[in-house]
Design a binder for this molecule. Structure first.
Ligand code: CAA
Length: 247
C-alpha cells in the first residue's frame, strides 16, 4: 500500500460493523466508524476496542438525516481525513407480517437501510472521484434477494441497496471508484439472535453449512473487495450465506 487509506464504516459499533472495523484496521487502514448520536455505548465501545489494541475514530450521526451526514463529512475533512473506502453497513430490522406493519416501522427501515445510502455517500463521493480512487461497499442481505416472511420492509430496502450499487457503479467506474454489494446470510449477531428461538432454529436448519455465519467471515470478504486486488470487481452482489440461498 502506497499510503495509509482511510475507511469509514457506518454502524461500526454493531456486531458486523465491529468485525469490519477490526478487519480493516488489521489490514492497515485508518478506520472511522459512525454511531447514532444518542448512543450510550460509544465511549465504552471505544475503550473496549482500545484495550484490544484497536484505535478507531468515532462520529455520532443520524444516517437518516442528510444534513447531519453532510456535516459529518465536513467534520471528517476538518479532522484531516479523506474517506477512500466507504462501507455502508448500518441497518436495522423491524420485523412483522405486512398486515401488522405500521407505517412507522416501514419508514424506519427504509430510511435507515436505504435512504442512508444517499445521505452518507453523496457528500463523500466527489472527493473519491477527484482523487481517482475509491471503494464503496453496500451491505445488503440474503433477504434482499430471497425475500423473508415478516420482512417486507427490510427485503424491499435491501433489494433497493443493490439497485443503488448497480446504477452508481456504472456512473463512477471510469474514475477509479468501485461500488459493490455484499449480501450476508444469517450471522451470529444480536440482530439475528433476537429472532424468536423456534423460528431461528428453523432458519438454521435450512442452512446447508449447518450454522450461522461469523461476522469475521463477511469482514474478510469486504477486505478483499476494498483491496487493490479487488479493482476489477464493480456492480457485483457477492453473497455469503452458508448455501441458504443459491442463485
Ligand atoms: N412461511 C409461511 N408461513 C409462516 C412462516 C413462514 N416462514 N412463519 C410463520 N408463518 C405462519 C405462522 O404459522 C402463522 O400461521 P397461522 O396464522 O395459520 O397460525 C402465521 O404465519 C403468522 O405467524 P406468526 O404468528 O408467527 O406471526 P407473528 O406476527 O407473531 O410473527 C414474525 C411474525 C415476527 C415476522 C416472525 O415470523 C419472525 O420473527 N420471523 C423471522 C423474520 C426474520 O427472519 N428476521 C431476520 C432478522 S435478522 C436479519 O434480517 C439479518 C439478515 O440480513 C439475515
Amino acid at each position: 500500500m502506497v499510503k495509509q487509506r482511510t475507511a469509514l464504516v457506518t454502524g461500526g459499533m454493531g456486531g458486523l460493523g465491529t468485525a469490519i472495523a477490526r478487519t480493516l484496521h488489521d489490514a492497515g487502514y485508518t478506520v472511522l466508524v459512525t454511531h447514532t448520536p444518542d448512543s450510550t455505548r460509544a465511549e465504552a465501545w471505544l475503550a473496549q476496542q482500545t484495550a484490544a489494541g484497536y484505535s478507531f475514530f468515532a462520529y455520532g450521526v443520524d444516517i437518516t438525516d442528510d444534513v447531519m451526514c453532510e456535516s459529518m463529512a465536513e467534520k471528517i475533512h476538518a479532522d484531516g481525513y479523506q474517506v477512500d473506502i466507504l462501507i455502508n453497513n448500518a441497518g436495522i430490522t423491524r420485523d412483522g407480517t405486512f398486515r401488522k406493519m405500521s407505517k412507522l416501522n416501514w419508514d424506519a427501515v427504509l430510511r435507515t437501510n436505504l435512504d442512508s445510502l444517499y445521505n452518507v455517500t453523496r457528500p463523500l463521493i466527489d472527493s473519491m472521484l477527484e482523487r481517482g480512487w475509491g471503494r464503496i461497499v453496500n451491505v445488503s442481505s440474503i433477504n434482499g434477494t430471497k425475500g423473508q416472511f415478516g420482512q417486507t420492509n427490510y427485503s424491499a430496502a435491501k433489494a433497493g441497496v443493490h439497485g443503488f450499487t448497480k446504477a452508481l457503479a456504472q456512473e463512477v467506474a471510469r474514475k477509479g471508484v468501485t461500488v459493490n454489494t455484499v449480501s450476508p446470510g444469517y450471522l451470529a449477531t444480536e440482530m439475528v439472535t433476537s429472532v424468536p428461538e423456534n423460528i431461528l432454529d428453523q432458519i438454521v436448519s435450512g442452512i446447508p453449512i449447518g450454522r450461522l455465519g461469523k461476522p469475521d467471515e463477511i469482514a474478510g470478504l469486504i477486505a478483499f473487495i476494498v483491496s487493490d486486488a479487488g479493482a476489477f470487481m464493480t456492480g457485483s452482489n457477492v453473497s455469503m450465506n452458508g448455501g441458504q440461498h443459491m442463485y
